[in-house]
Design a protein around this ligand. Structure first.
Ligand code: DON
Length: 303
């Protein structure tokens, strides 16, 4: 398949929606980005990379980090991890507090903020350095040693992180935090601040297209665990819009409020699209449109 030609066609098709949606403003440093930016990259399991637009431009990965922290924690903890976090769609916004009380401090899934805080807590206990473990993994998988945190974004999020603090303390009150809450939040904020390009992220999610095998041929996840992570991405990766995303795109995907979305086509490639204008549920408007066009044009969905 001529991926470069397909991507060019996708780019043409999304032009009318570029600039639609609103950039995230609840983390003030994210609000400075031009909503008309657009990039998309595809990295095959064989190692070829294709891209269009701003595909080499680093952006704030935000919640896309949650896929990688889940994989890193699951690889070390195995099924024990699921005692502290569920694997059901929440049907609620990513930063919602309501379910946590009547579900006794166990978050619905690892991709809503509460679930990602639990995963960060676990990864911190398992490695002693959650954010460093994540950064090193992403450098290795993307092949880009320059992948790094953005201290301005991390500071902005810490300053305005009242909701995440509330979530973490609430879970601590149910005994679902092992480390001190400020330590967990610090790692979480830095993880979300990582800056990566579409090319970096398309390569970095390759292990999920290779059934758990890393870029160097070693194994992070068992085949079964890679299936589990992909399945949770499909059902929970775009929060209360996961049904719509599965309907339109038909791939496991994970969004972030920086405007990025990664998606996985098992056995074939990792994809990443970036455009900062978000819909009401925090997913990139042009990003979802581009992935919808891509699977429609190519027939490459998992269904
Ligand atoms: O914790 C937060 O609210 C952000 N750092 C990440 C949220 C996010 O990316 C949700 N995704 N669409």
């Amino acid at each position: 398949m001529d991926y470069q030609a397909v991507l060019a066609e996708v780019w043409d098709a999304v032009r009318p929606v570029l600039g639609q949606g609103r950039v995230a403003t609840y983390i003030p440093a994210l609000a400075a980005v031009d909503p008309r930016r657009f990039g998309m990259a595809l990295a095959t399991v064989e190692g070829d990379v294709y891209g269009i637009g701003d595909w080499r431009e680093p952006f704030s990965i935000q919640s896309i980090s949650k896929v990688f922290t889940l994989a890193l924690a699951l690889s070390r903890d195995g099924d024990a991890l699921w005692r502290r976090v569920g694997k059901e769609p929440s049907g609620n916004p990513f930063n919602s507090l309501v379910q946590l009380e009547y579900e006794q401090g166990i978050p619905r899934n690892p991709f809503i903020n509460a679930g990602a805080l639990v995963i960060t807590d676990r990864l911190q206990r398992l490695t002693g350095d959650s954010r460093g473990t994540l950064r090193d993994f992403l450098r290795a998988e993307s092949g880009n040693p320059l992948v790094d945190f953005d201290p301005v974004i991390a500071a902005s999020e810490a300053e305005h992180g009242h909701r995440n603090r509330a979530l973490a303390h609430f879970m601590a009150s149910y005994g679902n935090m092992e480390s001190a809450v400020p330590e967990v939040l610090e790692h979480y904020f830095w993880q979300c601040s990582l800056a990566m390009s579409c090319a970096d992220l398309a390569k970095a999610c390759g292990f999920l297209a290779r059934h758990g095998q890393r870029a160097d041929g070693s194994r992070l996840l068992t085949r079964s665990q890679a299936k589990q992570v992909n399945a949770v991405m499909l059902t929970c990766g775009t929060y209360d819009a996961a049904g719509e995303f599965a309907y339109r795109v038909g791939l496991p995907g994970k969004s972030g409020v920086g405007g990025g979305i990664i998606a996985v086509i098992p056995n074939r490639c990792g994809l990443c699209v970036w455009s900062p204008g978000l819909d009401a549920r925090g997913n990139s408007v042009a990003g979802v449109e581009a992935l919808d066009r891509f699977t429609t044009l190519t027939g490459l969905s998992i269904f």
